[in-house]
Structures are given as C-alpha cells and as structure tokens.
Write a protein of this length. Structure first.
Length: 589
C-alpha cells in the first residue's frame, strides 16, 4: 500500500485543510526523545497528549483565577465560578446537549458510569430485572453493573461478538425483553477500535422501555458527538482521552432522569438546606457535584474542546482513517503478526499478537519502548473480550490526530527487528516441553540469597541496567513452559501466563523446591529471582522472610509495572502456600 501524504497540508474534501506537522508543533511532548530516539506515541487509547493551549490555560487558572466556586462573594471566586460554569456550557455545546444542567462534571468515564449504576441502577432495579452489556466492554462498564445487580437482585446479560469483533445485533435484539431495564455499551471499543451502532442499540432498547448508557471515552476525540442524535439516555466521557487533563470528565443524562435520581455522594455544594432531621438537595447539576470540584480540570477540558473545534473534526477525520488503513496494511506485513479485531467500522486502534514463535505482548511492549515506540500491552481492562478471542493479551497501537505515517513506519520497523531477533534465537521464551527441573538452593538461607541479590542490584544502579539483568536471568531459566502448563493451573493475578509447581526436596524434611515458567521474558526473570530466594529453602524460613521489605530494598517498583507487580504477588502467594503446606500451618495474606 502506498503511504498517504504525511506532514503536508491537504484538503479533506470538505473545504478545510489539515496540516499534521503544524498540529504536532502544538504538543510539546512530541518533540522529546526516549532512549535517544524520537518519541513515537501510540498509546492514545489510554491517554492523549496535551496541546500548549490546554497547558497554558490550566497554568493561567492557577496563576490568575484560583479560588473556590459558587458561594464566594469576592471577585476572584466569581471569576473562578464563571470559568467553571463556562466550561460546562462548552461541554454542553460539544455534545449537543439540550440543557447545560444535564452536564455533570465527574472524574472521568469510570465515575460517570458508577454514578448511573449506583444512583439510577440501585434506585430502579428489582429482582428479575436484566442489565445488558456487551462483550466489548471495558471493566468500568461491567463491574459497576455487577455491583448494582448484586445489590438489587438483577441479572447481567451479554451481547456476543463475531470473529471480526463486531456486536451481533440480531442476538442483541433477542436479548431484549420487558425485563430489560438498562443497556450499557461503549461507542468505540478501547481494545479493538470497533465502532458500535449506538443509535440502533438505543432505538431497540427503548422499544422495550429500557434506558441506555453509552461509554464515549474512545469516541469523543475522533468524531463529532451528538447525544440527541444518538438517542441514548446517558453518555459518559473522560477529559484525558480528549487532549485535556486527567481527573476530569463529564456525564450527560436526560434532565428528567437526573432530577429523579438520588445523589451519588453527599457533601458540600450538593445541598439546598441541611438540618439534623432532613436534607433538601440542590437542583441540577449541583446535586451530583459534592465537594470542591476539579475547577482547573474543567477549564482545561474546555480548552481542549476549543482546541479541537478550532481544527475541526471534519479536517482530521480522513487523516486518521487513512493512517488506520495504512497501519493495518503495514502491520500485516510483519511475519507472524495477527490483527485481533477487523470490524468494518473502526476508529484508530490496531490490536495484534505475534505468533509462530509466539512472543508475549508484555515482552513486545518492553522491546518497542527501547525503540522509542510507546504502545499499550495487556488485556486493556477487557478480560472477557480477551477470553472471547482466546488470547491473554494483545499489543495495541492507538492513533490520534497528531500521529503520522512516520510513526507507523517506526512501529513496523521496530516490530520486524523484534521478530528477526526472536527468529534468530535458538529457544523462544515459551518452552517446548521436557522434564521439569526444580531449582536448588542458591544460598544457605533466603536472607543470604537476598543479600547477594541486593548487592548485584546496588552495583547495577540505574533502571535500565537492572532491567537488562532481569532479562539476563530470564535467558538462563530452563524452558519448561509447556510441561508446567500440563501439570498445574495458571497463577492468578498475572497478565502473562505463569505456571508454578513444587515438591518437597528429596531427603530434606520441610524444604521446598519449585519450578516455574512464563510466556514473558521479564516475568521469567522475576521467577528466577524468586527461585534464588526461596527454592531449596526451609518452609519455615520462606514463611518468615519479609518479601515486601526485600522488594523495597532492591527498588523493584522502579523497573516493573503495577500489573507485573500484581503478578509477582500472585507468584509469592503460591510459593508461601507451598511453604505453609510443608510447615503444616496457614499462610498469612
């Protein structure tokens, strides 16, 4: 495929020119480097970068306008109040809401969904009622409804997807009955980029009297938003995915519904009057905005909206679609790469896995980072969707208006380099089987092993050197992934696949030995550290050893992600359980 024109002003057939080079100049972070290479930022589905207009507006608020809002009689408070309420009107116009009072500022999409699930859901749902969600949903549009269902006796029903990652609307229609009270779907899938037919979904739901919430987090930065045209009842989105600040977002709801709903939180500014006998709540929107809000976040969000409106969605829409098509085509040229999610209507997201030999998404993301390319790896808070496609995780590249053909080329070149190195390796990170090898003791006690490891980490010093050491340990770990997978269940909490088995050490009472492997190199390195600490040690000493103190000692948090840390905790818990069984006592949690 011939690459589309890049870094040049061009018409999009609608009379508005789009110059991606000029846009990029508005985003200071895009001129930075990573490991000496230009930053290629392709994680816009997680959060977008911020233009100077937003940064400067927030700075001006704190320099010139900072005060608490709504009840201050002094001039500065009135200025801050006007800035905050003006931001609400900006959001109202942006989503084409009928009334500014229908716009509730929140901390983001997640809080908006929780507000509706808690306030509307718990107030209206009854035993036997049904909530419909889709297989494509982010956890933030699943878990709040599960909580509401548990509290009310309602049940959850799920819209299935086809192999392309599209919702099966015929099956959805069959799910709808008079028992259906709420339908909650995303506008765009964060994991696959699928654009859902939310107007059709809304119309069908309304046909059985159900209310509809749309998660707009992945839509609002790429397409015009019109809640009245969509026809839903609630719409939530986040500012940080819209080139605005983190910690701010908005929930739109139909005025009649919002007025009938009980408050989500109690506190200041959401009341009209309070006595010990009774509280009278404030009118919309204050009823749902308890406490001092993120005033700077609201004005920053308004600045982001104004920035996008100044460019025009029509101006950059074709640019993003051409970039998506080019990226999809080029990625398919990478040997062993399989795209997950090929819906006919997609936003700028490409999720993929590398197969034959398989490479862990976590490893691919780490290696891309060394090439200056930032992508998201993991289950993307969409574990049911990953289960549907039978993959533990994917690599996700997500695009924004400032991305270029050069960004795509850098991603593809880096992936081809990673694949070539993997193909040249005699053994992949995923083992091919064989007899299980149990690790022997590396030192007389866990404390002695910890001292040896700590000395190495201290000598290595910086984060990169420590990362390389962990990867070197991974290369020395016996490859026995397939054999262990046949013997035991997966360790919970790990984003990669981890399998761990133990045995009593031959001829040594109370001593445990264990073998473990994973399908991600960085996790294999962490396994090697745990083996050095614990395998071949007395169960009582394993249980007594303060693992958290050791992790702090070697500053583990500085070079592994939160997800990997959670997986590490899962492995430690299983090892401690082995030790507790050997010692005949319960393991502390």
């Amino acid at each position: 495929m011939k690459p589309p024109a890049d870094n040049l002003a061009h018409s999009n057939g609608n009379g508005r020119a789009f110059d991606v080079a000029k846009v990029r100049a508005d985003f200071p972070i895009l001129s930075t480097t990573v490991y000496g290479k230009p930053l290629v930022y392709l994680d816009n589905g997680a959060t977008t970068q911020k233009p100077k207009a937003v940064i400067e507006r927030i700075d001006r608020y704190y320099r010139e306008e900072n005060a608490n809002i709504h009840r201050g009689v002094y001039r500065l408070s009135q200025v801050a109040t006007e800035a905050y309420e003006s931001a609400r009107r900006t959001v109202q116009r942006f989503i084409n809401a009928a009334d500014e009072r229908e716009v509730i500022f929140t901390r983001g999409t997640t809080e908006g969904i929780n507000l509706v699930a808690s306030s509307y859901g718990r107030a209206t749902l009854k035993p036997g009622d049904e909530i419909v969600v889709s297989t494509l949903e982010h956890h933030s549009n699943i878990v709040p409804w599960q909580i509401a269902a548990e509290a009310t006796g309602a049940t959850i029903r799920v819209i299935p997807v086809n192999d392309d990652g599209e919702l099966l609307l015929d099956e959805y229609a069959k799910l709808l009955t008079p028992r259906t009270k709420i339908v909650a779907v995303n506008h765009v899938s964060n994991a696959l980029g699928t654009i859902n037919e939310v107007r059709t979904i809304s119309n069908l739901a309304h046909g059985v009297g159900a209310k509809v919430l749309v998660d707009g987090a992945q839509w609002v930065a790429h397409f015009k938003t019109d809640v009245r045209e969509i026809g839903c009842d609630f719409y939530a989105f986040s500012g940080h995915k819209l080139f605005g600040p983190t910690g701010i977002g908005a929930l739109w709801g139909r005025r009649g519904l919002l007025e009938a709903m009980p408050p989500f939180m109690g506190g200041g500014d959401m009341i009209e009057s309070v006595t010990f006998e009774k509280t009278k709540y404030a009118q919309l929107p204050n009823k749902f905005e308890a406490g001092t809000p993120d005033i700077a976040g609201a004005v920053g969000l308004a600045a982001a909206i104004e920035y996008l409106n100044g460019i025009g969605f029509d101006a950059f829409h074709d640019h993003e679609q051409r970039l998506l098509n080019y990226a999809t085509d080029q990625l398919r040229q990478v040997p062993g790469l399989r795209v997950i999610g090929v819906a006919k209507k997609k936003a700028g997201v490409v999720s993929f896995v590398l197969e034959d030999p398989p490479l862990s998404a976590l490893d691919v993301g780490t290696k891309l980072d060394r090439e200056g390319v930032a992508v998201r790896t993991g289950h993307h808070c969409c574990q049911p969707l990953m289960d549907r496609f039978k993959v533990p995780a994917t690599v996700r590249a997500s695009f924004a208006l400032y991305n270029t053909v050069a960004d795509v080329d850098a991603l593809v070149a880096a992936l081809k380099k990673i694949r070539a190195r993997a193909d040249a390796k005699p053994h992949a990170a995923v083992a091919r089987g064989g007899d299980v090898q149990f690790a022997k003791a590396s030192a007389p006690t866990p404390a002695a092993a910890a001292d040896e490891l700590a000395d190495v980490f201290e000598m290595l010093g910086d984060r990169d050197a420590r990362n390389e050491y962990v990867l070197d340990l991974a290369g020395k770990l016996p490859n026995q992934f397939d054999a262990l997978k046949r013997l035991t269940s997966r360790v919970p909490g790990c984003m990669s696949e981890v399998y761990l088995v133990n045995r009593p050490a031959p001829g040594a009472g109370g001593v445990i030995e264990f073998a473990a492997d994973a399908n991600a190199d960085i996790v294999r390195g962490l396994i090697a550290i745990l083996q050095k600490l614990f395998s071949g040690q007395r169960a009582s000493e394993v249980l007594a050893f303060d693992v958290e103190a050791f992790f702090r000692r070697i500053e583990l948090d500085q070079f592994i992600t939160t997800q990997r840390r959670n997986g590490l905790a899962g492995m430690v818990q299983r090892i401690k359980s082995f030790a507790a069984d050997a010692a005949g006592r319960p393991v502390s949690r």
